[in-house]
Design a protein around this ligand. Structure first.
Ligand code: SF4
Length: 362
């Protein structure tokens, strides 16, 4: 584990808005208000996202006056790296401190198809899934769009040292992204913009526990990004036990919203299904799940969950995992067992807590 001793200190973090919160169009508006030319916005984006400078003073093709105005109004140092911890398989966890002293975790995962960053969208979370040990303290606050964008920029800056690139982003860290919808949407637009980080829509995945009105709103945005639902149960009663959000947004209504999304975007969805020993992992649950999603264009990710110390959940035995998978396959469901990878972040919604491990389920 590497403790950071850079010049970054929390005292340098400012409460000025982060420039990373601005979409290109918003930056153009701001420039117009300052009687500056709109094309400067493209130059600034280039410095932020292509050259990835860490000081406005480095933006050498801008006038001194504009650089001073930028630093008077905005901050570039949104996150302070406290810890950078690397697993044997190359996974890197970053602990970042925010301007108000809260800290958040961001994870870089290495895959054979590229480098993926898992971002956090809130400090804490109010959804209260019963298997989630990391958010027992509830929601502290939403992250600004710039605080989410900065997570990706910070990881990319770390990769710059080895000339690697962030190729995909998953919004599955702590927090419910659709509970911080506007900031999440700005984040998506900034990282997807070809003059921003230029991460293709199909290389971005967002996962929700099922805030139904926001699923409709998201569908209407028609962004073509990958969309995952944390399902975890095949019926209302069991889902309400695992995920209290199901009491407010019930399973049949959730499935209707999912169908709307598919019709609107033409894309399939992924259902994340954590297997909890003796709770939702029996053959009858698999059959019920197959029936629930039989006419839905989808893929199911099975996530074997390890023992959760703060909860009573235990791991599903290996044979049972394969039996569950086979039952779904026999029913015609497109299903995979998620390969477990180097840390506790590779689970639905980021928070199906498990011990650090490196093994494959098959
Ligand atoms: S699993 Fe995700 S949505 Fe559920 S409480 Fe944890 S962070 Fe929130």
């Amino acid at each position: 584990m590497e403790k950071m001793t850079t010049q970054e200190t929390i005292t340098e973090l400012s409460q000025k808005p982060s420039i990373y919160s601005l979409q290109l169009s918003e930056l153009k508006e701001w420039l117009k208000e300052q009687n500056e030319k709109a094309f400067r916005a493209e130059q600034i984006f280039d410095w932020l996202y292509k050259k990835r400078v860490s000081d406005f003073a480095q933006m050498s093709n801008l006038s001194k006056n504009l650089r001073d105005m930028l630093s008077e109004h905005f901050t570039l140092t949104t996150l302070n790296t406290i810890i950078k911890q690397e697993s044997a398989d190359g996974t890197i966890k970053f602990l970042f401190e925010l301007h108000d002293g809260y800290s958040i975790e961001t994870v870089l995962m290495r895959h054979d198809y590229g480098n993926s960053v898992c971002v956090t969208t809130q400090v804490g979370c109010r959804i209260g899934c019963t298997f989630c040990a990391s958010t027992l303290g509830g929601l502290k606050r939403h992250l600004e769009a710039g605080e989410i964008v900065s997570q990706v920029v910070k990881v990319q800056q770390a990769l710059d040292e080895t000339e690697e690139r962030v190729s995909s982003v998953v919004i599955m860290g702590i927090g419910e992204p659709f509970d911080n919808f506007d900031n999440m949407l700005s984040f998506l637009k900034i990282i997807n913009h070809d003059q921003g980080l230029n991460i293709g829509a199909r290389h971005i995945t967002v996962s929700t526990s099922g805030i139904i009105p926001k699923i409709y709103q998201f569908a209407d945005e028609n962004m073509q990004i990958n969309f995952a639902i944390s399902l975890h149960a095949p019926n209302t009663e069991l889902r309400s036990r695992l995920m209290p959000i199901n009491k407010a947004y019930k399973l049949p209504d959730l499935m209707e919203a999912v169908r709307y999304y598919i019709n609107k975007t033409g894309r399939r969805v992924s259902f994340e299904y954590g297997l909890f020993g003796g709770v939702n992992d029996q053959v009858e649950h698999a059959k019920e799940l197959a029936s629930l999603i039989k006419d839905v264009k989808c893929h199911v990710n099975l996530i074997p969950v390890n023992y959760v110390p703060e909860r009573d959940y235990v791991r599903t035995p290996r044979d049972q995992i394969f039996l569950f998978e086979k039952t779904l396959k026999d029913a015609g469901v497109n299903v995979t067992i998620r390969r477990e990878q180097g840390s506790d972040i590779d689970a639905a919604c980021g928070q199906l807590r498990a011990k650090e491990r490196k093994e494959e389920t098959r």
